[in-house]
Design a protein around this ligand. Structure first.
Ligand code: GCU
Length: 613
Protein backbone atom coordinates (compact mmCIF):
# COMPACT_ATOMS: atom_id res chain seq x y z
CA UNK A 1 0.00 0.00 0.00
CA UNK A 2 2.76 2.38 1.04
CA UNK A 3 4.47 1.78 -2.29
CA UNK A 4 1.21 2.40 -4.16
CA UNK A 5 0.37 5.47 -2.05
CA UNK A 6 3.81 6.97 -2.58
CA UNK A 7 3.52 6.28 -6.29
CA UNK A 8 0.00 7.74 -6.23
CA UNK A 9 1.27 10.74 -4.26
CA UNK A 10 4.14 11.15 -6.71
CA UNK A 11 1.87 11.01 -9.76
CA UNK A 12 -0.61 13.41 -8.16
CA UNK A 13 2.22 15.75 -7.24
CA UNK A 14 3.61 15.56 -10.76
CA UNK A 15 0.15 16.19 -12.16
CA UNK A 16 -0.33 19.22 -9.90
CA UNK A 17 3.14 20.46 -10.85
CA UNK A 18 2.39 19.88 -14.53
CA UNK A 19 -0.88 21.78 -14.29
CA UNK A 20 0.83 24.50 -12.29
CA UNK A 21 3.55 24.74 -14.92
CA UNK A 22 0.93 24.76 -17.65
CA UNK A 23 -1.42 27.13 -15.84
CA UNK A 24 0.77 30.24 -15.99
CA UNK A 25 0.93 29.87 -19.76
CA UNK A 26 -2.83 29.36 -19.92
CA UNK A 27 -3.44 32.05 -17.30
CA UNK A 28 -1.15 34.40 -19.24
CA UNK A 29 -3.04 33.87 -22.49
CA UNK A 30 -4.82 37.21 -22.91
CA UNK A 31 -8.58 37.12 -23.66
CA UNK A 32 -9.78 37.18 -27.25
CA UNK A 33 -12.53 39.43 -28.60
CA UNK A 34 -16.22 39.03 -27.69
CA UNK A 35 -18.49 37.31 -30.25
CA UNK A 36 -18.71 39.46 -33.37
CA UNK A 37 -21.55 41.96 -33.72
CA UNK A 38 -22.63 41.92 -37.37
CA UNK A 39 -24.11 44.64 -39.57
CA UNK A 40 -22.56 47.44 -37.51
CA UNK A 41 -23.60 50.04 -40.11
CA UNK A 42 -27.23 49.26 -39.30
CA UNK A 43 -26.82 50.06 -35.60
CA UNK A 44 -26.41 53.04 -33.24
CA UNK A 45 -22.70 53.88 -33.52
CA UNK A 46 -20.22 56.64 -32.73
CA UNK A 47 -17.21 56.95 -35.02
CA UNK A 48 -13.74 56.99 -33.51
CA UNK A 49 -12.17 57.66 -36.91
CA UNK A 50 -9.87 60.64 -37.33
CA UNK A 51 -6.59 61.77 -35.76
CA UNK A 52 -4.98 59.45 -33.19
CA UNK A 53 -1.75 60.09 -31.32
CA UNK A 54 0.90 57.47 -32.14
CA UNK A 55 4.23 56.16 -30.88
CA UNK A 56 6.47 54.10 -33.18
CA UNK A 57 7.94 51.45 -30.88
CA UNK A 58 10.35 49.31 -32.92
CA UNK A 59 11.73 47.54 -29.82
CA UNK A 60 8.34 47.22 -28.10
CA UNK A 61 9.76 48.97 -25.08
CA UNK A 62 6.20 49.92 -24.21
CA UNK A 63 5.29 46.27 -23.76
CA UNK A 64 8.40 44.35 -22.65
CA UNK A 65 10.75 45.06 -19.75
CA UNK A 66 14.52 44.79 -20.06
CA UNK A 67 14.30 41.05 -19.43
CA UNK A 68 11.94 40.92 -22.45
CA UNK A 69 9.00 39.97 -20.26
CA UNK A 70 5.59 41.67 -20.59
CA UNK A 71 5.66 44.66 -18.28
CA UNK A 72 3.63 44.43 -15.10
CA UNK A 73 3.16 48.21 -15.01
CA UNK A 74 1.18 48.39 -18.25
CA UNK A 75 3.55 50.88 -19.84
CA UNK A 76 2.66 53.14 -22.78
CA UNK A 77 -0.85 53.36 -21.45
CA UNK A 78 -0.89 57.12 -21.26
CA UNK A 79 0.93 57.64 -17.97
CA UNK A 80 1.86 61.30 -17.34
CA UNK A 81 4.82 62.62 -15.35
CA UNK A 82 3.35 63.51 -11.95
CA UNK A 83 5.99 66.06 -11.02
CA UNK A 84 9.39 67.33 -12.16
CA UNK A 85 11.14 64.32 -10.61
CA UNK A 86 8.94 61.70 -12.25
CA UNK A 87 10.57 59.60 -15.02
CA UNK A 88 8.18 58.78 -17.84
CA UNK A 89 10.01 58.20 -21.15
CA UNK A 90 7.11 58.68 -23.53
CA UNK A 91 4.14 60.96 -24.04
CA UNK A 92 1.20 60.45 -26.34
CA UNK A 93 0.23 64.12 -25.90
CA UNK A 94 3.38 65.30 -27.64
CA UNK A 95 3.81 62.38 -30.08
CA UNK A 96 2.99 62.57 -33.81
CA UNK A 97 -0.39 61.59 -35.20
CA UNK A 98 -1.80 59.21 -37.80
CA UNK A 99 -5.18 59.14 -39.49
CA UNK A 100 -7.53 56.26 -38.67
CA UNK A 101 -8.53 54.37 -40.75
CA UNK A 102 -5.37 54.12 -42.77
CA UNK A 103 -2.13 52.17 -42.99
CA UNK A 104 0.91 53.90 -41.48
CA UNK A 105 3.17 53.00 -44.44
CA UNK A 106 1.71 55.59 -46.83
CA UNK A 107 1.10 58.28 -44.20
CA UNK A 108 4.73 58.79 -43.26
CA UNK A 109 7.75 58.25 -45.59
CA UNK A 110 9.78 56.87 -42.68
CA UNK A 111 7.15 54.13 -42.17
CA UNK A 112 6.85 52.91 -45.77
CA UNK A 113 8.72 49.68 -45.01
CA UNK A 114 8.21 49.69 -41.22
CA UNK A 115 7.30 46.33 -39.68
CA UNK A 116 6.69 46.25 -35.94
CA UNK A 117 4.60 47.98 -33.30
CA UNK A 118 2.92 51.35 -33.40
CA UNK A 119 0.90 52.45 -30.36
CA UNK A 120 -2.28 54.40 -31.06
CA UNK A 121 -4.25 56.49 -28.57
CA UNK A 122 -7.42 58.47 -28.60
CA UNK A 123 -9.84 59.58 -25.92
CA UNK A 124 -13.65 59.61 -25.97
CA UNK A 125 -16.65 60.31 -23.79
CA UNK A 126 -19.38 57.76 -23.13
CA UNK A 127 -21.96 58.47 -25.89
CA UNK A 128 -24.86 56.70 -24.17
CA UNK A 129 -27.90 58.65 -23.04
CA UNK A 130 -29.62 55.68 -21.44
CA UNK A 131 -27.89 54.00 -18.52
CA UNK A 132 -29.32 50.57 -19.43
CA UNK A 133 -27.72 50.16 -22.84
CA UNK A 134 -24.50 48.27 -23.45
CA UNK A 135 -21.39 49.58 -25.19
CA UNK A 136 -18.82 47.85 -27.40
CA UNK A 137 -15.71 49.09 -29.18
CA UNK A 138 -15.59 47.61 -32.71
CA UNK A 139 -12.64 47.55 -35.16
CA UNK A 140 -13.08 46.92 -38.90
CA UNK A 141 -9.49 45.60 -38.97
CA UNK A 142 -6.09 46.16 -37.35
CA UNK A 143 -2.96 44.90 -39.14
CA UNK A 144 -2.11 42.59 -37.90
CA UNK A 145 -2.00 41.76 -34.18
CA UNK A 146 -3.87 44.14 -31.86
CA UNK A 147 -3.64 44.50 -28.08
CA UNK A 148 -6.52 46.79 -27.04
CA UNK A 149 -6.46 48.67 -23.72
CA UNK A 150 -9.15 50.85 -22.13
CA UNK A 151 -8.27 53.17 -19.22
CA UNK A 152 -5.09 51.18 -18.61
CA UNK A 153 -6.71 47.72 -18.66
CA UNK A 154 -6.11 45.11 -21.36
CA UNK A 155 -9.46 44.30 -23.05
CA UNK A 156 -7.88 41.56 -25.14
CA UNK A 157 -5.93 40.58 -28.25
CA UNK A 158 -6.97 39.97 -31.88
CA UNK A 159 -4.82 38.40 -34.58
CA UNK A 160 -5.53 38.75 -38.29
CA UNK A 161 -5.08 41.86 -40.42
CA UNK A 162 -8.31 41.66 -42.43
CA UNK A 163 -11.29 40.81 -40.20
CA UNK A 164 -13.41 42.75 -37.69
CA UNK A 165 -13.55 42.23 -33.93
CA UNK A 166 -15.13 43.87 -30.87
CA UNK A 167 -14.84 44.09 -27.08
CA UNK A 168 -17.62 44.94 -24.61
CA UNK A 169 -16.75 47.98 -22.49
CA UNK A 170 -20.11 48.51 -20.71
CA UNK A 171 -18.67 48.04 -17.22
CA UNK A 172 -15.31 49.70 -17.91
CA UNK A 173 -16.26 52.96 -19.59
CA UNK A 174 -16.26 56.25 -17.61
CA UNK A 175 -18.60 59.18 -18.36
CA UNK A 176 -15.73 61.26 -19.86
CA UNK A 177 -12.07 61.11 -20.87
CA UNK A 178 -11.83 57.41 -21.62
CA UNK A 179 -8.37 56.47 -22.91
CA UNK A 180 -8.37 53.88 -25.71
CA UNK A 181 -4.90 52.54 -26.57
CA UNK A 182 -4.16 50.03 -29.36
CA UNK A 183 -0.83 48.26 -29.80
CA UNK A 184 -0.81 47.45 -33.55
CA UNK A 185 1.94 45.05 -34.59
CA UNK A 186 2.38 44.02 -38.25
CA UNK A 187 5.58 42.00 -37.75
CA UNK A 188 5.56 38.91 -39.95
CA UNK A 189 5.72 35.59 -38.11
CA UNK A 190 6.36 32.07 -39.47
CA UNK A 191 3.41 30.69 -37.49
CA UNK A 192 1.02 33.44 -38.62
CA UNK A 193 -1.58 33.54 -41.40
CA UNK A 194 -0.21 34.65 -43.84
CA UNK A 195 3.25 33.48 -42.95
CA UNK A 196 6.59 35.26 -43.60
CA UNK A 197 6.33 35.51 -47.39
CA UNK A 198 3.59 36.99 -49.57
CA UNK A 199 3.45 39.06 -52.74
CA UNK A 200 1.80 42.21 -51.43
CA UNK A 201 2.81 45.14 -49.19
CA UNK A 202 2.77 44.48 -45.45
CA UNK A 203 0.59 47.49 -44.63
CA UNK A 204 0.27 47.99 -40.87
CA UNK A 205 -2.01 49.96 -38.59
CA UNK A 206 -5.66 50.54 -37.83
CA UNK A 207 -6.56 50.12 -41.47
CA UNK A 208 -10.36 50.15 -41.25
CA UNK A 209 -12.96 52.15 -39.27
CA UNK A 210 -13.35 52.10 -35.45
CA UNK A 211 -16.80 52.46 -33.88
CA UNK A 212 -18.46 52.59 -30.48
CA UNK A 213 -21.57 50.43 -30.84
CA UNK A 214 -24.48 51.05 -28.45
CA UNK A 215 -27.03 48.25 -28.05
CA UNK A 216 -29.91 47.48 -25.63
CA UNK A 217 -29.37 45.18 -22.65
CA UNK A 218 -30.62 42.31 -24.83
CA UNK A 219 -29.65 42.81 -28.45
CA UNK A 220 -29.51 41.09 -31.82
CA UNK A 221 -25.85 40.09 -32.14
CA UNK A 222 -25.93 38.15 -35.38
CA UNK A 223 -28.45 36.96 -37.96
CA UNK A 224 -28.72 35.20 -41.30
CA UNK A 225 -31.60 35.87 -43.72
CA UNK A 226 -30.94 34.11 -47.05
CA UNK A 227 -32.65 31.74 -49.47
CA UNK A 228 -32.53 28.14 -48.26
CA UNK A 229 -29.93 25.98 -50.00
CA UNK A 230 -31.30 24.73 -53.33
CA UNK A 231 -34.44 26.89 -53.10
CA UNK A 232 -35.55 30.02 -54.93
CA UNK A 233 -38.74 30.59 -52.96
CA UNK A 234 -37.99 29.79 -49.33
CA UNK A 235 -36.07 31.99 -46.86
CA UNK A 236 -34.17 30.14 -44.15
CA UNK A 237 -32.14 31.75 -41.42
CA UNK A 238 -31.77 32.51 -37.75
CA UNK A 239 -31.23 35.31 -35.27
CA UNK A 240 -28.92 35.14 -32.24
CA UNK A 241 -29.55 37.35 -29.21
CA UNK A 242 -27.03 38.45 -26.60
CA UNK A 243 -28.41 39.19 -23.13
CA UNK A 244 -31.67 37.64 -21.92
CA UNK A 245 -31.70 34.82 -24.36
CA UNK A 246 -34.45 32.28 -23.89
CA UNK A 247 -38.09 32.75 -24.84
CA UNK A 248 -37.66 36.10 -26.61
CA UNK A 249 -39.90 36.90 -29.59
CA UNK A 250 -37.96 37.81 -32.73
CA UNK A 251 -39.45 39.20 -35.95
CA UNK A 252 -38.03 39.31 -39.48
CA UNK A 253 -39.75 41.78 -41.84
CA UNK A 254 -39.33 42.26 -45.58
CA UNK A 255 -42.03 44.90 -45.99
CA UNK A 256 -41.69 45.27 -49.79
CA UNK A 257 -42.49 41.56 -50.12
CA UNK A 258 -45.27 41.68 -47.54
CA UNK A 259 -43.34 39.38 -45.22
CA UNK A 260 -43.39 39.46 -41.41
CA UNK A 261 -42.35 36.28 -39.65
CA UNK A 262 -42.01 35.74 -35.90
CA UNK A 263 -40.19 33.06 -33.91
CA UNK A 264 -39.10 32.51 -30.30
CA UNK A 265 -35.54 32.04 -29.12
CA UNK A 266 -34.36 28.79 -27.57
CA UNK A 267 -32.27 28.50 -24.43
CA UNK A 268 -29.16 29.58 -26.32
CA UNK A 269 -30.79 32.79 -27.54
CA UNK A 270 -31.23 31.56 -31.12
CA UNK A 271 -34.47 31.72 -33.14
CA UNK A 272 -34.68 29.87 -36.46
CA UNK A 273 -36.80 30.88 -39.46
CA UNK A 274 -37.97 28.99 -42.53
CA UNK A 275 -40.76 30.52 -44.59
CA UNK A 276 -42.02 30.79 -48.18
CA UNK A 277 -41.12 34.00 -49.99
CA UNK A 278 -41.76 35.24 -53.52
CA UNK A 279 -38.85 37.60 -54.12
CA UNK A 280 -37.20 39.22 -57.14
CA UNK A 281 -33.93 37.35 -57.26
CA UNK A 282 -30.56 39.14 -57.14
CA UNK A 283 -28.21 38.84 -60.13
CA UNK A 284 -25.38 40.88 -61.70
CA UNK A 285 -27.83 42.01 -64.37
CA UNK A 286 -30.51 42.89 -61.78
CA UNK A 287 -28.91 43.36 -58.32
CA UNK A 288 -32.19 43.62 -56.44
CA UNK A 289 -31.78 44.39 -52.71
CA UNK A 290 -34.55 44.37 -50.11
CA UNK A 291 -34.76 46.32 -46.86
CA UNK A 292 -34.78 43.61 -44.21
CA UNK A 293 -35.63 44.45 -40.61
CA UNK A 294 -34.87 42.18 -37.67
CA UNK A 295 -36.51 43.08 -34.35
CA UNK A 296 -36.31 41.66 -30.84
CA UNK A 297 -37.55 43.55 -27.78
CA UNK A 298 -35.97 47.03 -27.83
CA UNK A 299 -33.51 46.16 -30.62
CA UNK A 300 -34.26 46.75 -34.31
CA UNK A 301 -31.57 46.23 -36.95
CA UNK A 302 -31.90 47.08 -40.66
CA UNK A 303 -29.91 45.52 -43.48
CA UNK A 304 -30.02 45.60 -47.32
CA UNK A 305 -30.07 41.98 -48.51
CA UNK A 306 -30.25 40.32 -51.93
CA UNK A 307 -31.69 36.85 -52.45
CA UNK A 308 -30.31 34.41 -55.02
CA UNK A 309 -29.49 30.72 -55.30
CA UNK A 310 -26.19 29.09 -56.25
CA UNK A 311 -25.47 25.50 -57.17
CA UNK A 312 -23.32 23.46 -59.52
CA UNK A 313 -24.36 20.90 -62.11
CA UNK A 314 -21.49 18.95 -63.66
CA UNK A 315 -18.97 21.55 -64.80
CA UNK A 316 -21.48 24.44 -64.72
CA UNK A 317 -22.31 27.00 -62.06
CA UNK A 318 -26.02 27.83 -61.81
CA UNK A 319 -27.19 31.22 -60.56
CA UNK A 320 -30.93 31.20 -59.85
CA UNK A 321 -31.13 27.96 -61.79
CA UNK A 322 -29.43 29.29 -64.94
CA UNK A 323 -25.89 28.60 -66.16
CA UNK A 324 -23.56 31.56 -65.61
CA UNK A 325 -19.98 32.11 -66.89
CA UNK A 326 -17.96 34.22 -64.44
CA UNK A 327 -16.25 37.05 -66.35
CA UNK A 328 -14.00 38.34 -63.63
CA UNK A 329 -10.68 39.72 -62.54
CA UNK A 330 -8.57 39.60 -59.37
CA UNK A 331 -8.44 42.66 -57.10
CA UNK A 332 -6.00 43.44 -54.27
CA UNK A 333 -6.94 45.81 -51.44
CA UNK A 334 -4.65 48.51 -52.86
CA UNK A 335 -6.15 52.00 -52.84
CA UNK A 336 -6.48 53.52 -56.31
CA UNK A 337 -4.61 56.79 -56.90
CA UNK A 338 -3.35 57.34 -53.31
CA UNK A 339 -2.00 53.73 -52.80
CA UNK A 340 -2.04 52.12 -49.37
CA UNK A 341 -4.61 49.75 -47.87
CA UNK A 342 -7.98 50.35 -49.54
CA UNK A 343 -11.04 51.01 -47.38
CA UNK A 344 -14.40 52.74 -47.59
CA UNK A 345 -17.03 53.24 -50.25
CA UNK A 346 -15.01 55.54 -52.54
CA UNK A 347 -12.20 53.03 -53.06
CA UNK A 348 -14.79 50.28 -53.51
CA UNK A 349 -16.75 52.22 -56.13
CA UNK A 350 -13.59 53.07 -58.08
CA UNK A 351 -12.19 49.53 -58.13
CA UNK A 352 -15.48 47.75 -58.77
CA UNK A 353 -16.47 50.42 -61.29
CA UNK A 354 -13.43 49.38 -63.34
CA UNK A 355 -14.53 45.73 -63.12
CA UNK A 356 -17.96 46.69 -64.48
CA UNK A 357 -16.27 48.80 -67.19
CA UNK A 358 -14.47 45.61 -68.31
CA UNK A 359 -17.87 43.95 -68.78
CA UNK A 360 -17.20 41.82 -65.69
CA UNK A 361 -19.85 40.09 -63.58
CA UNK A 362 -17.35 38.60 -61.11
CA UNK A 363 -14.42 39.61 -58.91
CA UNK A 364 -11.88 37.59 -56.95
CA UNK A 365 -11.05 39.61 -53.83
CA UNK A 366 -7.50 38.37 -53.31
CA UNK A 367 -5.95 37.16 -51.01
CA UNK A 368 -7.76 38.13 -47.81
CA UNK A 369 -11.17 39.47 -46.68
CA UNK A 370 -11.54 43.00 -48.07
CA UNK A 371 -13.23 45.95 -46.34
CA UNK A 372 -16.97 45.37 -45.84
CA UNK A 373 -17.63 48.35 -48.14
CA UNK A 374 -16.36 46.25 -51.07
CA UNK A 375 -18.97 43.55 -50.42
CA UNK A 376 -21.80 46.02 -49.94
CA UNK A 377 -20.82 47.77 -53.20
CA UNK A 378 -20.62 44.41 -54.99
CA UNK A 379 -24.16 43.71 -53.74
CA UNK A 380 -25.34 47.09 -55.00
CA UNK A 381 -23.49 47.10 -58.34
CA UNK A 382 -24.14 43.44 -59.21
CA UNK A 383 -20.84 41.52 -59.03
CA UNK A 384 -20.39 37.94 -57.86
CA UNK A 385 -17.49 37.61 -55.42
CA UNK A 386 -14.79 35.03 -54.62
CA UNK A 387 -13.86 35.79 -50.99
CA UNK A 388 -10.59 34.40 -49.58
CA UNK A 389 -8.56 34.09 -46.37
CA UNK A 390 -4.76 34.57 -46.49
CA UNK A 391 -3.80 30.86 -46.32
CA UNK A 392 -1.16 31.68 -48.87
CA UNK A 393 1.90 29.65 -50.05
CA UNK A 394 3.94 27.86 -47.33
CA UNK A 395 1.82 28.08 -44.15
CA UNK A 396 2.81 26.08 -41.02
CA UNK A 397 0.44 23.22 -41.76
CA UNK A 398 1.29 21.18 -38.64
CA UNK A 399 0.81 23.94 -36.09
CA UNK A 400 -2.52 23.75 -34.18
CA UNK A 401 -2.18 27.47 -33.32
CA UNK A 402 -1.80 28.32 -37.00
CA UNK A 403 -4.91 26.30 -37.83
CA UNK A 404 -6.82 28.07 -35.03
CA UNK A 405 -5.68 31.41 -36.45
CA UNK A 406 -6.82 30.50 -39.99
CA UNK A 407 -10.12 29.07 -38.74
CA UNK A 408 -10.80 32.17 -36.64
CA UNK A 409 -10.17 34.49 -39.61
CA UNK A 410 -12.43 32.31 -41.75
CA UNK A 411 -15.15 32.39 -39.09
CA UNK A 412 -14.94 36.18 -38.70
CA UNK A 413 -15.03 36.65 -42.48
CA UNK A 414 -18.09 34.42 -42.98
CA UNK A 415 -19.87 35.80 -39.90
CA UNK A 416 -19.42 39.34 -41.22
CA UNK A 417 -20.46 38.64 -44.82
CA UNK A 418 -22.89 35.73 -45.04
CA UNK A 419 -25.84 38.01 -45.80
CA UNK A 420 -24.07 39.45 -48.84
CA UNK A 421 -25.73 38.18 -52.04
CA UNK A 422 -22.56 39.01 -54.00
CA UNK A 423 -20.48 36.37 -52.23
CA UNK A 424 -20.71 33.19 -54.27
CA UNK A 425 -17.50 31.41 -53.27
CA UNK A 426 -15.49 30.99 -50.06
CA UNK A 427 -11.85 30.23 -50.86
CA UNK A 428 -9.69 28.56 -48.24
CA UNK A 429 -6.25 28.86 -49.87
CA UNK A 430 -4.00 30.18 -52.61
CA UNK A 431 -1.16 28.23 -54.28
CA UNK A 432 -0.39 25.93 -51.37
CA UNK A 433 2.11 23.08 -51.87
CA UNK A 434 0.57 19.59 -51.87
CA UNK A 435 1.23 17.48 -48.74
CA UNK A 436 -0.79 15.41 -46.28
CA UNK A 437 -0.52 18.06 -43.50
CA UNK A 438 -1.66 20.74 -45.98
CA UNK A 439 -4.61 18.59 -47.11
CA UNK A 440 -5.65 17.99 -43.48
CA UNK A 441 -5.31 21.70 -42.63
CA UNK A 442 -7.38 22.81 -45.62
CA UNK A 443 -9.98 20.07 -45.06
CA UNK A 444 -10.53 21.42 -41.54
CA UNK A 445 -11.18 24.84 -43.08
CA UNK A 446 -13.62 23.43 -45.66
CA UNK A 447 -15.46 21.66 -42.82
CA UNK A 448 -15.70 24.99 -41.00
CA UNK A 449 -17.18 26.69 -44.07
CA UNK A 450 -19.80 23.96 -44.39
CA UNK A 451 -20.69 24.40 -40.69
CA UNK A 452 -21.15 28.16 -41.03
CA UNK A 453 -22.72 28.47 -44.48
CA UNK A 454 -24.13 25.63 -46.59
CA UNK A 455 -25.55 27.98 -49.24
CA UNK A 456 -22.32 29.01 -50.99
CA UNK A 457 -19.66 27.19 -53.00
CA UNK A 458 -16.25 26.27 -51.60
CA UNK A 459 -13.11 26.69 -53.65
CA UNK A 460 -9.35 27.30 -53.50
CA UNK A 461 -6.75 28.53 -56.00
CA UNK A 462 -4.76 25.37 -56.73
CA UNK A 463 -1.75 24.91 -59.01
CA UNK A 464 -1.29 22.81 -62.12
CA UNK A 465 0.03 19.26 -61.88
CA UNK A 466 2.80 17.80 -64.05
CA UNK A 467 2.03 18.55 -67.74
CA UNK A 468 1.69 15.75 -70.27
CA UNK A 469 3.54 17.32 -73.19
CA UNK A 470 1.48 20.39 -74.16
CA UNK A 471 -1.47 19.23 -72.05
CA UNK A 472 -1.74 21.00 -68.70
CA UNK A 473 -3.20 18.73 -66.02
CA UNK A 474 -5.34 19.70 -63.02
CA UNK A 475 -5.12 16.86 -60.51
CA UNK A 476 -4.45 18.36 -57.05
CA UNK A 477 -5.89 15.73 -54.66
CA UNK A 478 -7.43 18.44 -52.51
CA UNK A 479 -9.86 19.23 -55.33
CA UNK A 480 -12.08 16.37 -54.18
CA UNK A 481 -13.19 18.50 -51.21
CA UNK A 482 -14.09 21.55 -53.33
CA UNK A 483 -17.31 22.48 -55.15
CA UNK A 484 -15.43 24.61 -57.70
CA UNK A 485 -11.79 24.08 -58.74
CA UNK A 486 -9.67 27.22 -58.90
CA UNK A 487 -6.41 27.02 -60.82
CA UNK A 488 -3.61 29.58 -61.29
CA UNK A 489 -1.45 29.44 -64.43
CA UNK A 490 0.90 31.86 -66.18
CA UNK A 491 1.32 30.50 -69.68
CA UNK A 492 2.97 33.37 -71.56
CA UNK A 493 4.61 35.02 -68.54
CA UNK A 494 6.32 32.57 -66.15
CA UNK A 495 5.80 29.68 -68.57
CA UNK A 496 6.92 30.42 -72.13
CA UNK A 497 5.83 33.37 -74.26
CA UNK A 498 2.36 34.36 -75.48
CA UNK A 499 2.33 31.99 -78.45
CA UNK A 500 2.78 28.97 -76.13
CA UNK A 501 -0.92 29.34 -75.26
CA UNK A 502 -1.80 28.40 -78.84
CA UNK A 503 -0.53 24.86 -78.38
CA UNK A 504 -1.66 24.24 -74.79
CA UNK A 505 -4.72 22.15 -73.96
CA UNK A 506 -6.15 21.34 -70.52
CA UNK A 507 -7.28 18.19 -68.76
CA UNK A 508 -8.81 17.86 -65.29
CA UNK A 509 -9.44 14.81 -63.15
CA UNK A 510 -12.55 16.50 -61.73
CA UNK A 511 -16.03 16.68 -63.25
CA UNK A 512 -16.63 20.03 -61.51
CA UNK A 513 -16.79 23.70 -62.57
CA UNK A 514 -13.32 25.24 -62.98
CA UNK A 515 -12.31 28.88 -62.60
CA UNK A 516 -8.95 29.91 -64.06
CA UNK A 517 -8.30 32.01 -60.99
CA UNK A 518 -5.04 33.63 -62.10
CA UNK A 519 -3.19 34.26 -65.36
CA UNK A 520 -1.66 37.40 -66.86
CA UNK A 521 1.51 39.38 -67.49
CA UNK A 522 3.28 42.53 -66.33
CA UNK A 523 3.55 45.86 -68.13
CA UNK A 524 4.55 49.34 -67.11
CA UNK A 525 1.85 51.75 -68.31
CA UNK A 526 3.20 53.88 -71.17
CA UNK A 527 6.05 51.46 -71.98
CA UNK A 528 5.77 50.37 -75.63
CA UNK A 529 7.50 47.88 -77.92
CA UNK A 530 6.63 44.75 -79.87
CA UNK A 531 4.62 41.79 -78.60
CA UNK A 532 7.96 40.30 -77.59
CA UNK A 533 9.19 43.32 -75.60
CA UNK A 534 8.88 42.18 -71.98
CA UNK A 535 7.18 44.81 -69.75
CA UNK A 536 5.60 46.61 -72.71
CA UNK A 537 1.85 47.07 -72.97
CA UNK A 538 1.99 45.23 -76.31
CA UNK A 539 3.57 42.14 -74.68
CA UNK A 540 0.89 42.09 -71.96
CA UNK A 541 -1.94 42.58 -74.47
CA UNK A 542 -0.63 39.70 -76.62
CA UNK A 543 -0.63 37.36 -73.59
CA UNK A 544 -4.26 38.38 -72.94
CA UNK A 545 -5.21 37.73 -76.57
CA UNK A 546 -3.63 34.27 -76.70
CA UNK A 547 -4.88 33.31 -73.22
CA UNK A 548 -8.47 34.24 -74.17
CA UNK A 549 -8.26 31.94 -77.20
CA UNK A 550 -6.83 29.14 -75.05
CA UNK A 551 -9.45 29.54 -72.34
CA UNK A 552 -12.22 29.51 -74.95
CA UNK A 553 -11.08 25.99 -75.81
CA UNK A 554 -11.59 24.59 -72.27
CA UNK A 555 -15.03 22.94 -72.12
CA UNK A 556 -15.11 22.57 -68.32
CA UNK A 557 -14.29 26.24 -67.66
CA UNK A 558 -17.04 28.08 -65.69
CA UNK A 559 -15.22 31.37 -65.23
CA UNK A 560 -11.94 33.24 -65.03
CA UNK A 561 -10.25 36.03 -63.07
CA UNK A 562 -6.97 37.18 -64.65
CA UNK A 563 -4.27 38.60 -62.42
CA UNK A 564 -5.25 41.44 -61.99
CA UNK A 565 -7.18 44.71 -62.09
CA UNK A 566 -4.67 47.28 -60.77
CA UNK A 567 -0.91 47.45 -60.11
CA UNK A 568 -0.13 46.97 -56.41
CA UNK A 569 2.85 47.48 -54.10
CA UNK A 570 5.02 44.44 -53.37
CA UNK A 571 8.49 44.06 -51.82
CA UNK A 572 9.07 41.24 -54.33
CA UNK A 573 9.09 43.55 -57.34
CA UNK A 574 12.46 45.30 -57.63
CA UNK A 575 13.20 46.13 -61.29
CA UNK A 576 14.17 49.84 -61.36
CA UNK A 577 12.26 52.01 -63.80
CA UNK A 578 9.70 49.26 -64.40
CA UNK A 579 8.52 47.81 -61.07
CA UNK A 580 10.06 50.08 -58.36
CA UNK A 581 8.36 48.08 -55.61
CA UNK A 582 5.14 47.50 -57.59
CA UNK A 583 3.70 44.37 -59.15
CA UNK A 584 2.81 45.63 -62.64
CA UNK A 585 0.37 42.90 -63.73
CA UNK A 586 -2.58 45.27 -63.47
CA UNK A 587 -4.57 46.01 -66.61
CA UNK A 588 -4.90 49.43 -64.96
CA UNK A 589 -2.01 51.39 -63.43
CA UNK A 590 -2.20 52.59 -59.81
CA UNK A 591 -2.98 56.00 -61.31
CA UNK A 592 -6.07 54.65 -63.07
CA UNK A 593 -4.45 54.53 -66.54
CA UNK A 594 -5.86 51.72 -68.71
CA UNK A 595 -3.26 49.56 -70.44
CA UNK A 596 -3.84 47.92 -73.86
CA UNK A 597 -4.66 44.61 -72.13
CA UNK A 598 -7.68 46.29 -70.49
CA UNK A 599 -9.26 46.73 -73.91
CA UNK A 600 -8.37 43.19 -75.06
CA UNK A 601 -10.10 41.78 -71.97
CA UNK A 602 -13.11 44.10 -72.37
CA UNK A 603 -13.56 43.00 -75.98
CA UNK A 604 -13.40 39.31 -75.00
CA UNK A 605 -15.86 39.77 -72.13
CA UNK A 606 -18.19 41.63 -74.48
CA UNK A 607 -18.27 38.58 -76.75
CA UNK A 608 -18.76 36.21 -73.81
CA UNK A 609 -21.62 38.36 -72.52
CA UNK A 610 -23.25 38.00 -75.93
CA UNK A 611 -23.26 34.27 -75.25
CA UNK A 612 -20.36 33.33 -77.51
CA UNK A 613 -19.33 30.61 -75.05
C1 GCU B 1 0.83 34.19 -57.82
C2 GCU B 1 0.15 34.70 -56.56
C3 GCU B 1 -0.11 36.18 -56.58
C4 GCU B 1 1.10 36.88 -57.18
C5 GCU B 1 1.16 36.48 -58.64
C6 GCU B 1 2.35 37.13 -59.36
O1 GCU B 1 -0.03 33.44 -58.56
O2 GCU B 1 -1.09 34.03 -56.30
O3 GCU B 1 -0.34 36.62 -55.24
O4 GCU B 1 1.02 38.29 -57.03
O5 GCU B 1 1.34 35.08 -58.76
O6 GCU B 1 3.35 36.44 -59.50
O7 GCU B 1 2.22 38.30 -59.74
Amino acid sequence: MHQRQSLHAFLTGALVLAVAVAAPAAADAPPGPDPLITNVDGRRTTSLDGIWRTIVDAFETGYYDYRYQPRADGYFLDRKAEDETDRVEYSFDTSPTLLVPGDWNTQRESLLLYEGTVWYRRTFDDPRESGTSRLFVWFGAVASKAHVFLNGELLGVHEGAFTPFNFEITDRVKPTDNVLVVKADNARRPEAVPTLDFDWWNYGGITRPVRLVEVPGTFIRDFVVQLAKGSRDRVRGWVTLDGTKAGQEVTVRIAEAGISETATTDGGGRAAFDFPARLDLWSPEDPKLYDVEVAAGQDVVQDRIGFRSLETRGTTILLNGKAVFLRGICVHGEAPYRSGRAFGVDDARTLLGWVKALGGNFVRLAHYPHDEAMLREADRMGLLVWSEIPVYWAIRWESPDTLDNARTQLTESITRDRNRASIALWSVANETPISDPRNAFLKALVDRVRELDDTRLVTAALERGEPEGDTQVIDDPFGKHLDVIGCNEYVGWYDGLAEKADRVSWRSVYEKPHIMSEWGAGARYGRHGTTRTRWSEEFQAEVYRRQAEMLDRIPFLAGTSPWLLMDFRSPHRLLPGVQDGWNRKGVVSDRGERKKAFFVLREWYGRLAEGER
